[in-house]
Design a protein. Structure first.
Length: 389
């Protein structure tokens, strides 16, 4: 008997499924799967095995081909797996077919991300936004949700799913719920607008970046606050936090925002637009990058694309390359970051730091101070800011 049988019942065990198109390297596929595993573990789901199928496009009926599906099914039954997670979004009919064939909970990337957001959201606004996005996601997939409800009520894997009548009732209920949530959000947005107006006349800085790069850690470092939640988990921050920071007598507002990720569900971006208003209204963006991540460049592209989508693509920006402590020393072939500043780029400013090991933090603060001062002087031309040193 393997270890599997010793695992506590409550632990959710999953298998991951991804496609590997011909033009994608094996390393890339593995990296995507690692990210998916990390997402799952953030929800407390343990990954038991991953399945990869060499296919350029997903199978219309069941995402993977028939043979692979049988292979997955056998494994799921043998190892008492409760969830199968697909790295791409599934169409409503794929979801239905897979659930029928595999007889376990089926997740796709979007649902996984939505569930993490649901777990993390703290403020009324974020909670409402996630609920809305989740209902919009579930709406075309109602049969599936119904069978989930069935199971929760103690039914056994209802093969045929619910009757049309029940589904219609559910659909109506969800439609009403979506309307209620939208109204609620409008009201919250109005209050937010008033609050944002009251912040006029103060320079605004927003931390942006891929998830888990260290935004909240930098926020904490700049605010000297302990209560900001930073953790080695994806989407540790879902609500945006705003704090007043003063560097060398120049005040500004700093906001920490939700991290971006490859293939962020579109509904989610839509519903988070008001939270991301912090980003749109910022004078300066601090684009935090985890330079120790093997695909940091791709992550930067995801972030820049999302910023463009939000209409914040051409803002003044400092690129903060974080986690340099994770890189090798110059002797080991790593970079020499001792100066902390790369002046080769003209439109943007780059800085290399370690928020945890506090490397190059003084240079970073000075760079930020110079930028903030410039904006502060535009608002208060008569203000005499002292020199940094
Ligand atoms: N080695 C190293 N780890 C760091 C550094 N900065 C942050 N981390 C770690 O990276 C992990 C993620 O940090 P967070 O600050 O939560 O990252 P985030 O960007 O706010 O993440 P989300 O809110 O999940 O999007 C934590 O475990 C941090 O301790 C650094 O300079 N060096
Ligand atoms: Mg965070």
């Amino acid at each position: 008997m393997g270890d599997y049988y010793l695992t506590e019942k409550e632990t959710e065990r999953a298998v991951l499924v991804a496609l590997s198109p011909q033009k994608q390297s094996e390393e890339k596929t593995q990296e995507y799967l690692d990210e998916l595993e990390f997402l799952a573990s953030t929800l407390g789901i343990e990954t038991s095995k991953t399945f990869v199928q060499k296919l350029d496009k997903p199978d219309i009926r069941s995402f993977v081909g028939k043979g692979k599906l049988e292979e997955i099914h056998t494994y799921v039954v043998d190892r008492e797996i409760n969830i199968v997670i697909f790295d791409d979004d599934l169409t409503p009919s794929q979801l239905r077919n897979l659930e029928r064939d595999l007889e376990v909970k089926i997740y796709d990337r979007s649902l996984l991300i939505l569930d993490i957001f649901l777990k993390r959201a703290k403020t009324a606004q974020a909670k409402t936004q996630v609920e809305l996005a989740r209902y919009q996601y579930l709406m075309p997939r109602l049969t599936r949700m119904w069978t989930h409800l069935e199971r929760q009520r103690g039914g056994t894997g209802t093969r045929g799913g619910a009757g049309e009548k029940e589904i219609e009732t559910d659909r109506r209920m969800i439609r009403d719920q979506i309307a209620v949530l939208k109204k609620k959000l409008e009201k919250i947005d109005k209050q937010g607008e008033t609050r944002r107006k009251s912040r006029e006349g103060v320079v605004r800085v927003a931390l942006v970046g891929y998830t888990n790069v260290g935004k909240s850690t930098i926020m904490k470092m700049l605010c000297k606050e302990e209560e900001i939640y930073a953790k080695d988990e994806l989407f540790a921050t879902v609500d945006s936090t705003v704090r007043k920071v003063v560097i060398n007598t120049v005040p500004f507002l700093l906001s920490d925002t939700v991290g971006f990720i490859r293939k962020l569900p579109h509904n989610l971006i839509e519903s988070f637009k008001s939270t991301l208003e912090e980003v749109r209204e910022a004078d300066i963006l601090l684009h935090v990058v985890d330079i120790s991540h093997p695909s940091f460049e791709e992550q930067m592209t995801v972030v820049n694309d999302t910023l463009t989508e939000l209409g914040a693509g051409d803002k003044e920006m400092i690129v903060v390359y974080n986690k340099i402590d994770q890189l090798g020393s110059p002797e080991e072939g790593g970079f020499d970051f001792s100066s902390g500043i790369d002046t080769t780029s003209t439109s943007k400013t780059n800085i290399f730091i370690s928020a945890v090991k506090k490397q190059n933090v003084a240079e970073f603060r000075r760079m930020l101070f110079e930028k903030v001062k410039k904006h502060h002087l535009q608002i208060y031309p008569n203000y005499l800011a002292p020199d940094y040193y």
